[in-house]
Structures are given as C-alpha cells and as structure tokens.
Design a protein around this ligand. Sequence first.
Ligand SMILES: [Zn+2]
Length: 72
Amino acid sequence: MKITPHDLGTFLVSSRSRRGQYHIVDMREATCSCEAFATRGTCRHLRAVLLTKTNLAERLRSRPAMTVALIA
Ligand SMILES: [Zn+2]
C-alpha cells in the first residue's frame, strides 16, 4: 500500500483491489473516500495513514526527551 501526501492533512492511498486507483484519506476528519469506509466507518487505508502518522508523531515526541537525557 502506497501512501502519498496530497494536500494539507490528506493523503492518497493506492487501492489494492483496483490498480491505478487511489483513495483520499483525510487525517483531520479521519475519513476515507473508499466504499469500505462508507459502509463500516473504518478501513485499512485510514488505519495505514493513522499508523504512519502516529509513528511519525512518536519519533518527533521522543526527540526532545533524548536531547534532555543527553544534556542531563
Ligand atoms: Zn479506505
């Protein structure tokens, strides 16, 4: 699954079932443009983006703590 930054807070996620198609995931609204999201309120695209974004946030959060630890 390929995640491409699209607009502010939105990502294009490649569709696995339909080649060449993309779904638009909105991070701020926690929505996806695919059919699975429309029926279930969640989908693998949204989860993939949230996971990636969370990991990124974790990394950024851990950075100042590491700096503090080095100085102390
Ligand atoms: Zn989706």
